[in-house]
Design a protein around this ligand. Structure first.
Ligand code: NAP
Length: 244
C-alpha cells in the first residue's frame, strides 16, 4: 500500500518541489496551501495525471482549528499520514526597532507555531502505528542568524530546538524527526532581493550559485526514506557551502 505524505506550504517553491518528488516515488500526497489555492489545485491536477493520489487542502498553519481539520481530511482520504513535512513559511526584512508586534507574531505563528500545530495534530496516529518520519524546514539563518531577520532567525532556530527535543521524545515510538536548513534557494520567497543582493549571495557560496527547490526537496525525501533509518534529531543544510 502506498505511503502518504502531508506537506505544508506545498502550493509553490520548495514544498511544491517536494510534492513532485514524493509523488514520483509513489506516495499519496496531501498538498497544503494557504493563499495560493489555484496553484495548489493545478499541482494536484498535474500530479493526478501521473497516477498520484493527491489532495489539495487549504489551511493556515498558524490556526490549530484549520490544521486539525486538514489532518482529519487527510486521514479520512488516505487512512493515515506516514511522513509530515513542515515546510510552510514566510519571511521579511526589518530592523529590530521597526518590527511591529503584528510582524513578530506573524513570523513566529507561521514559522514556529505552525510546526507545532501540524505536528501535534499528526503525531497521535504515528505513535499508535509506532512509525513515522517528520521533516521540519528551518533555514541557515536559524543556525547563523541573519541581520534584519531577528524574527525569522529566532523562529527558524526554534524549529531546530523543536526538532531535537521531539526526536528524543518520540524516538522510542519509532518516529524519526529531522530538520533541513536550506541556504539561499531560488523561490518566490527571495523575489524581493535585488540583483546586487543575488550577486553577493552567489559570490559568498562556494558552489557559485543559488540552490534550486528540487535540491532541497530531494534532501527532504532522503530523510523520509529507509536510507535514513538511523538518522534522527539532525540538521542537514543544503546550502552550496554558504555555511560550513
Ligand atoms: P515560497 O515559495 O514563498 O513558498 C512558501 C509556501 O509556504 C507557500 O506554499 C505558502 O502557501 C506557504 N505558506 C505561507 N504561509 C502559510 C500559512 N500561514 N499556512 C500554510 N501555508 C503557508 O517559499 P519557499 O522558499 O518555498 O519556502 C519554503 C520553506 O523553506 C519556508 O519555511 C522557508 O522559510 C524555508 N526556506 C527558504 C529558503 C529560500 O531561500 N527560499 C531558505 C531557507 C529556508 P500559499 O502560497 O498558498 O500562501
Amino acid at each position: 500500500m502506498s505511503k502518504t505524505v502531508l506537506i505544508t506550504g506545498a502550493s509553490q517553491g520548495i514544498g511544491s518541489a517536494a510534492a513532485i518528488v514524493f509523488a514520483d516515488k509513489g506516495y499519496n500526497v496531501v498538498i497544503n496551501y494557504n493563499n495560493s489555492e489555484t496553484k495548489a489545485k493545478m499541482l494536484q491536477q498535474s500530479l493526478a495525471k501521473t497516477g498520484c493520489k493527491c489532495l489539495a487542502v487549504g489551511a493556515n498553519v498558524a490556526y490549530p482549528g484549520e490544521v486539525n481539520n486538514m489532518v482529519k481530511q487527510a486521514e479520512y482520504a488516505f487512512g493515515g499520514i506516514d511522513v509530515l513535512v513542515n515546510n510552510a513559511g514566510i519571511s521579511s526584512f526589518n530592523l529590530i526597532q521597526d518590527i511591529s508586534d503584528a510582524e513578530w507574531n506573524d513570523m513566529v505563528s507561521v514559522n514556529l507555531t505552525g510546526v507545532f500545530n501540524t505536528t501535534r495534530a499528526v503525531i497521535p496516529q504515528m505513535i499508535h502505528k509506532k512509525e513515522g518520519a517528520i521533516i521540519n524546514v528551518s533555514s541557515i539563518w536559524g543556525i547563523t542568524g541573519g541581520a534584519m531577520e531577528t524574527h525569522y532567525s529566532a523562529a527558524k532556530a526554534g524549529v531546530i530546538g523543536f526538532t531535537k527535543a521531539l526526536a528524543k521524545e518520540v524516538g522510542p515510538s519509532g518516529i524519526r524527526v529531522n530538520c533541513v536548513a536550506p541556504g539561499v534557494i531560488e523561490t518566490n520567497m527571495n523575489s524581493n532581493l535585488t540583483l546586487e543582493d543575488m550577486r553577493r549571495l552567489t559570490d559568498d557560496t562556494p558552489l557559485g550559485r543559488l540552490g534550486s527547490p528540487f535540491e532541497v526537496a530531494t534532501t527532504i525525501y532522503y530523510l523520509a526514506t529507509e536510507d535514513a533509518s538511523f538518522i534522527t534529531g539532525q540538521v542537514i543544510s543544503p546550502n552550496g557551502g554558504f555555511v560550513i
